[in-house]
Design a protein around this ligand. Structure first.
Ligand code: AR6
Length: 317
């Protein structure tokens, strides 16, 4: 899937499906909703009325999506989704994520391969755009769908900047990470697996330095000292593009894979790279992130997943 960002008016998009930030009544409103009904003409509203009468007597709930014709818009369908109202008391992120997921599912069910989204909930419904952008981008990226082209059409410069930031910090996609791994020479992979296979308990021992008195009267902060083999392995992880540039501080807070890589066996190999990055980049002078990986089993889980990918996919390229 290709994700792109555009600043402009969503009603002008030539895509299979345009997503509407609809009102739960399905009867139209302001913002994106108003623009879509105005430009799309009465055919959209008349289908909305039918849907309302036949299926959604109480209105379409937040987080759900339904489709109608696109009327006179350049698109083929409009997918109407109802965003949640932003709340400081209650975390409704899951409902906002659901708008994107359900809309893509509906669009995919129609046979759409290109879909344009607005920044749902960020207008009348008051969701802060930085947070809404992060949820939108992460949700769409995590989906596996037949939709090939997803565009976010942002009305304002601020919204565009927020989506650009969210897209950047999400880092490379699974496919991009996997292609980078697959582009590395077999000799390097072989070296890595040989080193990992040959690790002894002594190699895995972590010593702690620091604690000396400093000239200024302070005490040097403690820092972990890893064995040579571990340092060589970390160097190789960088060389093999296993260590990727992305927003690991946020990723690890939300990922069930952190900290010990449980279930990594069933996850894409890209997640082994993300978990490895979290430990290696998460290292601080006085913390022992890599020690935690060694002692908690994450290191083993990461290399098991990389090895299986190597045997099953890399070797059979
Ligand atoms: N194209 C792209 N984006 C737009 C356009 C446009 N033509 N017009 C506005 N935006 P909103 P919501 C941006 O209020 O917060 C309505 O009355 C806008 O700058 O359309 O989900 C409905 O009937 C903002 O960033 O949707 C519902 O009752 C974003 O689109 C309710 O408001 C969303 O703003 C839905 O509120």
């Amino acid at each position: 899937m290709r994700i792109s960002l555009l600043q402009g008016d969503i009603t002008e998009q030539q895509v299979d499906a345009v997503v509407n930030a609809a009102d739960s009544s399905l009867m139209g409103g302001g913002g994106v909703d108003g623009a879509i009904h105005r430009r799309g003409g009465p055919a959209i509203l008349s289908e909305c009325r039918r849907l309302r009468v036949l299926h959604y007597g109480k209105g379409l709930p937040a987080g759900k999506a339904v489709s109608t014709t696109a009327g006179e818009l350049p698109a083929r369908w409009v997918v109407h989704t109802v965003g949640p109202v932003f709340s400081l008391d209650e975390d409704r992120s899951e409902l906002l994520a659901s708008c994107y997921r359900e809309s893509l599912r509906v669009a995919e069910g129609l046979g759409a391969t290109s879909v344009a989204f607005p920044a749902v909930s960020t207008g009348a419904l008051g969701w802060p755009v930085d947070d809404a952008a992060r949820i939108a981008i992460n949700t769409v990226r995590a989906m596996s769908t037949r939709v090939r082209d997803v565009r976010f059409v942002l009305f304002t410069e601020d919204a565009y900047a927020a989506f650009e930031k969210a897209l950047k910090s999400a880092g490379p996609t699974d496919d991009e990470i996997t292609s980078a791994l697959a582009a590395q020479p077999a000799e390097l992979w072989a070296r890595l697996f040989a080193l990992v296979g040959g690790l002894t308990p002594a190699d895995l021992e972590v010593r702690w330095g620091g604690g000396q008195a400093l000239a200024d009267g302070g005490v040097q902060a403690p820092f972990p000292i890893y064995g040579d083999a571990i340092n060589v392995i970390i160097g190789l992880l960088y060389e093999l593009d296993v260590i990727v540039v992305f927003d690991w501080p946020n990723w690890h807070l939300a990922s069930p894979l952190f900290p010990y890589g449980r279930d990594l066996a069933d996850a894409p190999v890209a997640d082994a790279a993300r978990l490895a990055t979290t430990f290696v980049r998460g290292e601080r002078f006085s913390e022992g992130a890599i020690q935690q990986a060694i002692e908690g089993g994450a290191l083993q889980a990461i290399f098991d997943r990389l090895r299986r990918w190597f045997d099953e996919e890399y070797a059979g390229r």
